[in-house]
Design a protein around this ligand. Structure first.
Ligand code: NAD
Ligand code: TYD
Length: 334
């Protein structure tokens, strides 16, 4: 199978490209990526010379570029998105362009080319917040942030293309990912790098918001399973094995980096902050998938990866990132 992996220079997409190339010797991968602040060629350095890999620089909202990249592909896996809630609160425009309009352009291109499979990589955040129990694929869509609303818009289009045009499309909704190559704006890599540098660890509100943590490799194997075995038109939840309040995540990072609690900095809460995410993945498990990495083990591996890969993150923690950090947290890094 030849796969078009859009957004494949980002965190999860680059892990997925690597996963497919190593797990499926007969497959090839074309990555199409706009290379925003979150997309980096360095994320794909170890597959760049693989003869089964190709990189195309371009945007999913650009139909000409998409048509060219799609030539000869059997399937599309769409990771391309603006993905950070705080940035969506600051400036939602790019979220609508990429997550809604970009998805629409991809669907139109897929329809014209008669692509055999279209997989939309979505998020549990489209369901909103849940106090008790877990979301299933039948739970109503109830997004809280411009980010989750834009992802919900993309999902709705995918569903409409299946119903209206018979597009062979599927949707995966995953919980919070963590692991190697994650951009340090998200809670875990931000706190790991800040802790290593002795910077403050910003905790929103009371720190008791709960997330359902999924190691990125488990997400990749889940997407791969759904891509190959899922039923057209269906939604599949891919949740992590463990839930954890943010403050506990931060405390574990403090332990793993040998720091102490004096680094914790309670800051103003995020507007519209979802209190808890929790996914039931029973349906995806019926396809033979399960999450293998428990949170304690995955977090240890993640901290070790950031410790060992300063050459990956050092260039990020400068320039535009410092401006973003200052705007977001009202303080600068050491
Ligand atoms: P990321 O921000 O690390 O990567 C996004 C990638 O998309 C980047 O390489 C960026 O350059 C690219 N991109 C952005 N706009 C583009 C455009 N218009 N055209 C082409 N490429 C574009 O995000 P991520 O964490 O890897 O998330 C990937 C996908 O998974 C997203 O769709 C996100 O909604 C979904 N998801 C993420 C998580 C998570 O915890 N990170 C959880 C569930 C679902
Ligand atoms: P994040 O990594 O942004 O993912 P999401 O908003 O998609 O769940 O945030 C995870 C949780 O951590 C969320 O409840 C917000 C919180 N958080 C902080 O407390 N401090 C931070 O600096 C960040 C980035 C997030």
């Amino acid at each position: 199978m030849k796969l078009l992996v859009t957004g494949g220079a980002g965190f999860i997409g680059s892990n997925f490209a690597r996963y497919v190339l190593s797990e499926h010797a007969g497959d090839s991968v074309v990555v199409l990526d706009k290379l925003t602040y979150a997309g980096r060629r360095e994320n794909l350095a170890d597959v760049a010379d693989n003869p089964r890999f190709e990189f195309v620089h371009g945007a999913i909202e650009d139909r000409e570029v998409v048509d060219a990249a799609l030539e000869g592909c059997d399937a599309i896996v769409n990771f391309a998105a603006e993905s950070h809630v705080d940035r969506s609160i600051e400036d939602p425009d790019a979220f609508i362009t990429t997550d809604v309009i970009g998805t629409h352009v991809l669907l139109e291109a897929a329809r014209a080319a008669g692509v055999g499979r279209y997989l939309q990589v979505s998020t549990d955040e489209v369901y909103g917040s849940i106090e008790e129990g877990s979301f299933t694929e039948k739970s109503p869509i109830d997004p809280s942030s411009p980010y989750s609303a834009s992802k919900a818009g993309g999902d709705m289009l995918v569903q409409a293309y299946f119903r209206t045009y018979g597009m062979p499309a599927l949707i995966c909704r995953a919980s919070n990912n963590y692991g190697p190559f994650q951009y340090p704006e998200k809670l875990i890599p931000l706190c790991v790098l800040n802790a290593l540098a002795g910077d403050k660890l910003p905790v929103y509100g009371d720190g008791m918001q709960v997330r359902n943590w999924l190691y990125v490799e488990d997400h990749c194997s889940g997407i791969d399973t759904v891509l190959r075995k899922g039923a057209e038109g269906d939604v599949y939840n891919i949740g992590g094995p463990d839930e954890c309040p943010n403050i506990e995540v931060v405390n574990r990072i403090i332990e793993l980096t040998g720091r102490d609690e004096s680094l914790i900095d309670y800051v103003t809460d995020r507007p519209g902050h979802d209190r808890r995410y929790s996914l039931s993945s029973e349906k995806t498990m019926t396809l033979g998938w399960e999450a293998k990495t428990r949170f304690a083990e995955g977090l240890e591996r993640t901290v070790a990866w950031y410790r060992e890969n300063e050459n990956w993150w050092a260039p990020i923690r400068s320039g535009d990132y410092l401006e973003y950090y200052q705007r977001q947290y009202g303080q600068s890094l050491a």
